[in-house]
Design a protein around this ligand. Structure first.
Ligand SMILES: CC(=O)SCCNC(=O)CCNC(=O)[C@H](O)C(C)(C)COP(=O)(O)OP(=O)(O)OC[C@H]1O[C@@H](n2cnc3c(N)ncnc32)[C@H](O)[C@@H]1OP(=O)(O)O
Ligand SMILES: O=C([O-])CC(=O)C(=O)O
Length: 371
């Protein structure tokens, strides 16, 4: 048996959803740069789920299906109100809420592909409502109901703050959603596929994926980047802080990637947005610190920034609480998870690799009294 730690380089499935070839990311053959500049998140959802861009009617249909499904069961709101949620991480709340949501879906256990598609719509539509409701309830505020006249990005920002967001904020948030939507066989997507490959249900697949995204080596890195920026606090402190971390062999969050070797193509878009938004909101120091960290880290190690690095200062500039950064990643990545879940069902085989055993050799059972 040959063990490949972390399954590096192992090709575990075929997929027609997204690809990373020579450091270029495409969704269904469309370069991420093209989509980031031009597409709405709703178009990307359609693209990932249907493997083609929608025409106007198809896009309107998907948009209205999402708008009609954004409300969440009162039980989820009551549940959030029941606990002292100030100490609960929003990713833990989201993981629990998606699982809970499955209890309110009459089709949860129906495995036909049409029913699975309908569940995909419902989950995608309700994720922003869940995240924003949680955020408001823990601040002692009432959740804000979604509005049918706002697009996906605008609705999220509106439900979060209760105020209509600016065009600049909507455009930036939409772009962030587009950039995070899918990423080949990343850890959370793989988790979702492993789960549903047992022919478990869609809610189980998404719940498992949220658990995997939460970790700081994956989606949790964006919150960790913001923690680092806050700890650093000033331009002068960048060098001693980063040098100290590297000397202690600690990881610098938001840097490195399992697949990209010459840089993550999404990072440049977030970097440009970070520059624009931090300037607009009068907090240029967050961008300046980030650039200095990038210069320092890349001068010492072949570790370019990944998608999580500049997204931290982007979300911070949008006035979003730092522990909501990873739930926002989930709001976007749900579209990719759901595409992969549907693809897995379409061509399923149980995913079950092997482990090389390294424990003791054969032993003989000894009764507890004799041990
Ligand atoms: C959306 C996403 O999931 S993007 C990734 C988000 N995660 C992060 O930003 C966390 C920081 N980065 C990392 O931990 C890693 O780079 C990962 C998890 C992204 C990729 O991990 P792997 O491919 O397993 O690389 P691995 O952790 O083995 O690192 C290889 C070498 O580079 C070093 N390295 C990798 N990333 C970093 C980093 N961010 N800071 C410092 N050193 C690093 C490792 O210490 C290791 O060094 P060594 O060979 O001297 O022991
Ligand atoms: O692909 C990965 O390993 C992590 C990543 O960048 C993502 O999920 O967006």
């Amino acid at each position: 048996m040959t063990v490949t730690k972390g399954l590096e380089g192992i090709v575990a499935t075929t997929s027609s959803i997204s690809s990373i070839i020579d450091d270029t990311l495409t969704y269904v053959g469309y370069n991420i740069d093209d989509l980031a500049e031009n597409a709405t998140f709703e178009e990307v959802i359609y693209l990932l789920w249907h493997r083609r861009l929608p025409n106007k009617v198809e896009l309107e249909d998907l948009t209205s299906q999402i708008a009609n499904n954004m409300e969440i069961p009162q039980a989820i709101i009551d549940h959030f109100k029941m606990y002292d949620i100030k100490t609960v991480h929003p990713m833990a709340a989201l993981r629990t809420a998606i699982s809970f949501l499955g209890l309110y879906d009459e089709e949860a256990e129906v495995m036909e592909s049409d029913a699975n598609y309908r569940k995909a719509i419902r989950i995608q539509a309700k994720i922003p409502t869940i995240v924003t409701a949680f955020s408001r309830i823990r601040k002692g505020l009432e959740p804000v109901a979604p509005r049918k006249d706002l697009n996906f990005a605008a609705n999220f920002l509106y439900m979060l703050s209760g105020e209509e967001p600016s065009e600049i904020a909507i455009e930036a948030f939409n772009k962030a959603l587009v950039l995070h939507a899918d990423h080949e066989l990343n850890a959370s997507t793989f988790t979702a596929r492993v789960c549903v490959a047992t022919l478990s249900d869609v809610y189980s697949g998404v719940t498992s994926a949220i658990g995997a995204l939460k970790g700081p080596l994956h989606g949790g890195a964006n919150e960790a980047v913001m923690k680092m920026l806050s700890e650093i606090g000033s331009l002068e402190n960048v060098e001693p802080y980063i040098n100290g971390k590297l000397a202690n062999k600690e990881k610098i969050m938001g840097f490195g990637h399992r697949v990209y070797r010459n840089g993550d193509p999404r990072a440049k878009h977030l970097k440009a947005m970070s520059k624009k938004l931090t300037t607009l909101t009068g907090q240029p120091e967050y961008y300046e610190m980030s650039v200095k960290i990038e210069e320092l880290v890349t001068s010492k190690k072949p570790l370019p920034p990944n998608v999580d690095f500049y997204s931290a200062s982007v979300y911070h500039s949008l006035g979003i609480d730092h522990d909501l950064f990873t739930p926002i990643f989930a709001v976007s990545r749900a579209s990719g998870w759901l595409a992969h879940i549907l693809e897995q069902y379409d061509n399923n085989r149980l995913i079950r690799p092997r482990a090389e055993y390294t424990g003791p050799g054969m032993q003989t059972y000894v009764p507890v009294e004799e041990r």
